[in-house]
Design a protein around this ligand. Sequence first.
Ligand code: NCD
Ligand code: ZN
Length: 347
Amino acid sequence: MTTRITIRKPDDWHLHVRDGEMLKAVLPYTAKNFARAILMPNLIPPVRTTADCSAYRERVLAALPPGSKFKPLMTCYLTDDTDPDDVERGFRDGVFTGVKLYPANATTNSAAGVTDYKKVMRVLERMEKIDMPFLMHGEDTDPDVDIFDREKAFIDRHLSKWIKQFPKLRFILEHLSSKDGADFVKSAAPQVAGTITPYHMMLTRNDWFGHGLKPYMYVMPVIKTARDRTALRKAATSGEACYFLGTDSAPHPYSRKVSTNGVPGMFNAPVALETYTQVFEEEGALDKLEAFASLNGPKHYRMPVNEETITLERTPWTAPEEVKVAGPDERALVYRGGETIAWKVVG
Ligand code: NCD
Ligand code: ZN
């Protein structure tokens, strides 16, 4: 049995670190294990312009532990009014790494998202022209679409057309949650790639509400069936270049998470890399972990791979149940908090 594994330092291609005290409390967990991360722009107010984004990046850099070499990669929150010239400027100046689509009201802090795709076609045209990646929360929010079918509906109704309309645009379908999503990405690679979270590979909807309701497992896209989970595990551990790591670690104040009208999002940064490693071990694919975690993402984003390495050992430890946050936010629940975690980062 393998008990120790060393890989190139990974990157997290989908991460929420929020702002203010929450940012300070959660960022160190990612900065410790990941060299870079794509930071999601769904703040209130959202990170819409190059100016918003430069200011947010400064706040993120200021929240890093002293001496950290972690590099935040920033995204532009697409709205009906996004200015293609500002997007181009931000990309050329190295402020934006990509543009992120939130369909309006699809998930946490997406009220300012896109209400009508016709309104953003000019931005997509420009992105294609300047070779700027397009990151998508790929769910169709039509109220007639069942929540478990939102990913498939988004692909069928929109993405399958856009890949033909913009043949040179690079797409990333974020947080793949279904077999349909995983299959589509493979069929449309290398133009389309997909990130996969640790929790979509660990959980099914039975875990979420089959034996008591676990509010912390409420995420968008929602956790689906065992068949979907199997497909995602096979996809991630296949080593195929179109799939890569994106934790979607998304902390919320406890009171907003555990509520009669709770918010979607799961804070998993404290156990993310260890959980991915467990999944790869269970699938007999530890030899593919480095491709998924450290090679495939940079390839799709056309960035260099990291030179540093990270080592994990099979040493059990207990995950913290929550992380304290100064001020009114108080604390954020941790995914797998209190559980014994098999793998540990040791260097
Ligand atoms: C994310 C959040 O909380 O910002 N929530 C989630 O359920 N995944 C937003 C997102 O990525 O959908
Ligand atoms: Zn997310």
